[in-house]
Design a protein around this ligand. Sequence first.
Ligand code: SAM
Length: 216
Amino acid sequence: MDYEQKRLKLAERLREELNLSERVYSAIKKVPRHLFVPEKYRSDAYVDTPLPIGYGQTISAPHMVAIMCELLELREGEKVLEIGTGCGYHAAVTAEIIGKSGIVVSIERIPELAEMAKQNLSALGYDNVFVIVGDGSLGYAEKAPYDKIYVTASAPDVPEPLIEQLRTGGKMIIPIGETYQYLYVIEKKNGIRKKSWGAVRFVLLYGKHGFRNFEE
Ligand code: SAM
């Protein structure tokens, strides 16, 4: 079976199991995940599992990417902040959903991964994704406010700068916890509403509002 057939099968399975919307299903069906993973893992790219991408980090499992996209209720033209670019796969799926009129600002703390993500994204023509090297626990105030924010590494709590940089009416998805982690949906309306979605497993968020500083 070639990559395209495997990807279609995976997208169809996720659509059925997770009751995916058409826009999330189409994005998972379109983005070539095998081009975001190291060569030796390519044959497993359409198995629904996280895979190593180097530097002790992982590419998220497709079902987790799909669930986070659904929970965020992404819409055409939105401005989205991602914390934890990794290899750029989740950012590409988000970019597919929000279209060319939207933008994704994505922050990665490991320069080598940020470079890999930039190359992966530009090779596939995702020119509305801006990858920045830095501490994503501080957000990226220069382009705030954001319609949507998602964090792909587990935090001790919701970083205050991310709440500030979310527009009123906006939504954030963030895993919280160290040994036991839960995915939270944060809504900023008249104050902040925080609702748990369920247990998850992510790498840890480092940085000022993370578990440790980069240097430690
Ligand atoms: N978004 C990725 C994908 O497409 O599959 C998954 C990323 S991986 C699960 C989490 C990433 O968060 C890692 O690459 C890690 O280096 C990064 N990270 C951890 N703490 C960070 C921080 N404070 N700022 C930016 N990136 C951070």
